[in-house]
Design a protein around this ligand. Structure first.
Ligand code: F6P
Length: 521
């Protein structure tokens, strides 16, 4: 049962997280209204350990149009909804965020659309988020802004509250400068981000793309992983230095591992296989229905393997879970039509009575059901054309405590840079993808176990809790590095020197105060 919602008066917090969405789902309260309950997984799980012992607030959109609910506490976390009108959802969220930025940041897989009114609304909504953050942040607070929907927020917050420490994390890829340069508002976006003290990216390549953009488009000076600049309108002799780093996000390994070991999930996994007719090989795909995820390549490879009789259904069965996403956007609607038509064609040709070649599910599922699907699948297909990280790959690995199961992973997913023991594929190369699928299907049990063990070790050692802690440490010490360089001799001496100079200045000031007090007495 969720804790009762209590409206609270304006109050201030040491840690303020801002993301496009609040970590809640709106559910029907049975009285014609909406009740909000904590959404499981994702960012909120990551933030739990770092928020647990401190006063923390979360600023975000509640996911419904119109006036959002009043701020409320939920399990010690203060939730501050940002309201968006239906028009703002269309222009800021669907428009600028997902039809302008999303394609540019994902290799322009579909054409990006540029509309000045979308940009204006993006700016307005970013300002609204910034105001909400400013009101919620205690003096000297840490502010952690998330993702591409809020790129102007760091500079907007800094302009109003220079006392706070500001970080931003990019959950999606950061594009090469040649693509970023298409954006008519490229300068404003970079200047928005440079309001932060620390900018976190998924991969080193993303961080490098950002630094190159600073040099090439704004002629800024970069040194190592830092960029120095003077905010527009500020004294040119004063420069701020912003650090940029790669801190790949992860999943709650322990939580997922424990969930997948529960008797209920183990039994449900067996039940899923049995409902599907106990195929010899169950191949699974789970993704938001997004054109970046490689649905077309995956279906094409599977169809060709069936047609060429390399595999046959129902001995090999594909279960495709397409999580509904951004359904008002044309490119997403078209993708859905195409995916569903392709599956219809494959099933028409290759299914038998009582056993489909492809089981297609266009729904969202609770965490336990997802864990059971992961545990049931012999082969997991993660084939994006471009993906910031892809947490499904890490979730699959976390659930496979039996060390069985083979992961086929696209080299265009951020996760591929960590999960080296997966069966690698290039989703643009259909022959190569077919070979990777067959290598996974035919891999001997001991090879799967060896690969899965290594994959699990990586995710267990670099889980989401470690990600959040590393991020906050990097933010706290920016522009220096938290461990390596901050602990090297020279920098340590500089920090000590700065501290002692500050202490001496404070001593001097208090001596002067007491001297003047003596004079005036
Ligand atoms: O990965 C990028 C992202 O926007 C996340 O922030 C979000 O959880 C996911 O995609 C789903 O997006 P949306 O909020 O548009 O449904």
């Amino acid at each position: 049962m969720p804790a009762p919602r209590q409206p609270v008066a304006a109050t201030r917090f040491d840690l303020v997280v801002a993301a496009n969405r609040l970590p809640v789902d709106g559910v029907d309260d049975g009285l014609g209204g909406t009740r909000f309950r904590r959404s499981p997984g994702g960012l909120v799980t990551a933030m739990e350990p770092v928020m647990r012992d401190r006063d923390a607030a979360w600023v975000g959109w509640a996911g419904v149009p119109g006036q959002g609910p009043e701020p409320f506490y939920q399990e010690r976390l203060w939730l501050r909804p940002v309201s968006l009108s239906a028009e703002e959802i269309e222009q800021y969220y669907e428009g600028f965020s997902n039809e302008t930025l999303w394609p540019i940041y994902h290799d322009v897989i579909v054409q990006a659309a540029f509309h000045r009114r979308w940009w204006n609304t993006y700016r307005t909504v970013n300002r609204r988020f910034a105001m909400a953050i400013v009101e919620a942040a205690a003096p000297g607070a840490t502010v952690w802004v998330h993702d591409y929907q809020l790129q102007l927020v760091p500079a907007m917050v800094r302009a109003l509250r220079p006392d706070v420490r500001i970080g931003w994390f990019d959950h999606i890829p950061f594009p090469p400068v040649e693509l970023f340069a298409q954006l008519p508002w490229r300068r404003e976006l970079v200047e928005g981000l440079l309001g932060a003290d620390f900018l976190g990216f998924q991969r080193v390549a993303d961080a490098e793309n950002f630094l190159r953009t600073c040099r090439r488009l704004l002629a800024l000076a970069t040194k190592g992983d830092t960029v120095s600049f003077t905010p527009p309108g500020d004294d040119p002799s004063v420069q701020r230095t912003v650090r940029v780093g790669a801190i790949p996000i992860s999943v709650d390994f322990k939580g997922l591992d424990a969930l997948a070991r529960t008797p209920q999930v183990v039994a449900r996994a067996a039940e899923i296989r049995s409902c599907l007719g106990n195929p010899q090989v169950l191949v699974l795909g789970v993704d938001r229905l997004d054109y970046t995820k490689g649905f077309r390549s995956r279906l094409r490879a599977y169809e060709e393997l069936l047609r060429e009789e390399v595999i046959s259904a129902p001995q090999v069965t594909l279960m495709l879970v397409a999580l509904p996403s951004r359904e008002h956007i044309d490119a997403y609607r078209q993708l859905r039509e195409e995916v569903e038509a392709t599956i219809g064609r494959i099933n028409g040709q290759f299914s038998a009575v009582g056993s489909a070649a492809v089981y297609y599910l266009h729904q969202s599922y609770p965490r336990a059901e997802m864990a059971a699907m992961f545990l049931a699948a012999d082969v997991m297909l993660v084939t994006p054309l471009r993906d910031g990280m892809n947490l499904v790959a890490k979730e699959y690995v976390s659930c496979r405590h039996d060390l069985n199961g083979a992961l086929v992973l696209s080299e265009f997913a951020g996760a591929w840079h960590e999960l080296h023991e997966a069966f690698t594929c290039n989703p643009h190369d259909i022959e190569g993808l077919k070979q990777a699928i067959m290598a996974a299907i035919n891999s001997p049990r001991d090879e799967r176990a060896r690969r899965m063990k290594a994959l699990r070790r990586r995710v267990a050692d670099h889980d989401v809790q470690r990600w959040a802690t590393c991020y906050l440490e990097s933010l706290a010490s920016a522009p220096s590095k938290p461990h390596s360089s901050a602990s090297n001799g020279r920098q340590r001496r500089e920090i000590q020197l700065a501290r002692s100079v500050r202490l001496r200045a404070l001593d001097h000031a208090s001596e002067q105060v007491s001297a003047s007090e003596q004079v005036s007495r």
